[in-house]
Design a protein around this ligand. Structure first.
Ligand code: CO
Ligand code: ZN
Length: 338
């Protein structure tokens, strides 16, 4: 199935990563995805939470499969604007406070700010209350002309190539959206597929929860990033960049049922797609919420190995992306053995 390799449109991934969509304000990404997938869907709607739901009808003899990828990215929200025009903020999603000084953030109107810190007696004193954003305003009035309390900003981080690898902000989880889009374009199946591009994953898997309840699928697959253990003195983890799509076994939000793991691994083996097992000791993703819906929904996750997750320089390998698209298409086209 090497046809996937040459036909992926990475300029679409670049556009998706550079689009502003902090949790709760996913509209710009939803609009881009809608425009691309509309010709390939039988129906395309947005639910009350903002999840974008694309349906590909089945033959009537198949199952109903939900595919979830989250549109939102981590960011910060303004809590206070002081007399001198400096902003205080709170994280939206999993933001590492100690990594923030001198990162840039971007608001929905394009305004750029730089995060900096008050004078510290020792580096260990760095905490959220010591940080502020400077948007170049001379005073409070000027700042309030540009941004308001409750406005969110995302981190900046340009999309660049490094050989077969890509470095960018927001690969978590625009790469999952990209894999779902590419699968949606290719899949030919008797199953009904509901592609859910979800909202508010980074603040607690919220969009996936309502989408799964409404869709009530027979089985669900999420596509998201996972950590790797292949950098100097990394926390031990048997996931490597470039070694294939990762099939989740465990994270803090779910334990994949044996029949789902077996279905995913056997499909990968049959199609000669490289894969690796993922045991993630921190974090969770949409399948964590989906599998607890109604009477329980068997759910799995295809993960894209990613270095430096939740930084402006997340790194992926296109070999893993290709494996993920191939595996997702094969799973959606084949029989479901449970
Ligand atoms: Co994330
Ligand atoms: Zn994610």
């Amino acid at each position: 199935m090497s046809n996937v390799q040459n036909s992926l449109d990475y300029s679409l991934l670049e556009r998706l990563t550079q689009t502003y969509a902090p949790s709760g304000i996913e509209r710009a990404v939803a609009e881009q995805i809608s425009e691309i997938i509309r010709p390939y869907c039988d129906s395309l709607t947005q639910d009350k939470m903002g999840n974008l739901i694309a349906i590909r009808k089945g033959s009537g003899n198949g199952k109903k499969i939900m595919v979830a990828a989250h549109m939102d990215e981590i960011g910060v929200m303004i809590t206070h604007i002081d007399k001198n025009g400096f902003l205080r903020f709170t994280p939206v999603g999993g933001v590492h406070i100690t990594e923030l000084p001198h990162r840039r953030v971007r608001f929905s109107n394009g305004r750029i700010g730089v995060i900096s810190q008050e004078k510290l007696d020792k580096p260990a004193d760095l905490k959220l209350s010591k940080l502020y954003i400077d948007i170049g305003a001379a005073d409070q009035d000027e700042a309030e002309g540009m941004v308001q309390i409750g406005d969110s900003a995302v981190f900046t981080g340009e999309f660049v190539w490094a050989g077969s690898r890509i470095i960018s902000k927001a690969l978590d989880d625009r790469i999952g959206c990209f894999v779902a889009i590419e699968a949606l374009k290719r899949v030919q199946t008797e199953h009904e597929i509901a592609f859910a591009f979800t909202v508010q994953e980074e603040v607690g898997l919220r969009g996936a929860q309502t989408a799964a309840f409404a869709l009530e699928p027979d089985v669900a697959l999420a596509v998201d990033v996972t950590l790797t253990g292949d950098t100097p003195k990394a926390h031990p983890m048997d996931v490597k960049l470039g070694s294939g799509v990762a099939i989740k076994v465990f994270d803090r939000s779910m334990i994949t049922p044996p029949q789902v793991k077996q279905w995913m691994a056997e499909t990968a083996e049959k199609e000669r797609i490289s894969y690796q097992w993922e045991v993630l000791e921190a974090g969770g993703t949409d399948s964590g919420a989906i599998h607890l819906t109604k009477g329980g929904i068997p759910a799995g996750v295809l993960s894209i190995p990613t270095r430096f997750v939740h930084s402006p320089s997340e790194m992926i390998d296109t070999k893993d992306v290709e494996a993920a698209v191939e595996l997702l298409v094969a799973l959606l086209e084949g029989p479901i053995p449970f």
